[in-house]
Design a protein around this ligand. Structure first.
Ligand SMILES: [Zn+2]
Length: 138
């Protein structure tokens, strides 16, 4: 029996690299609202809007969060872990893992910054996936 394995190819991995470690979105030059992920058309201005690519600062505050005690496959060793909704300084909200912080120290409104971390190992190929996570700024 042939076992199908879904695994990202190396070229695909590198093509997706930039968006994984930078928060790239866009901003409407007409109304000033920022979007993540980037939009094709500004929902406020429609076709009159003018969207420009921007890289977000990676700073924000915790808008809400939840403690995960029943992990997805591959995340067992990190359990319990915290998934938060981060409100970026520029406005958009983004979902991400909050790390390096005691769970009791995670509260709504605390300031966070993005960090580049390992997401998971794609064993047995040895491919390691990286991406952005969030840490509380004391
Ligand atoms: Zn607009």
């Amino acid at each position: 029996m042939i076992k199908m394995v879904h695994r990202s190819s190396i070229p695909l991995h590198w093509r997706l690299y930039e968006p994984k470690y930078k928060l790239v979105g866009n901003k409407c030059l007409k109304c000033g609202e920022s979007f993540f992920p980037p939009r094709n058309i500004c929902p406020n201005c429609g076709r009159k809007g003018a969207l420009k690519k921007i890289v977000f600062s990676g700073r924000g505050t915790i808008y809400s969060y939840t403690v995960i005690r029943t992990p997805l496959d591959g995340f067992e060793q990190q359990t319990p872990y915290v998934i938060g909704v981060i409100k970026l300084k520029e406005g958009p909200k983004i979902v991400g893992q909050i790390v390096d912080t005691e769970i009791r120290d995670i509260t709504i409104g605390k300031e966070v910054k993005s960090v580049f971390r390992k997401i998971y190992d794609d064993s047995p190929s040895g491919l390691i996936h990286y991406g952005l996570k969030w840490v509380v700024i004391e």
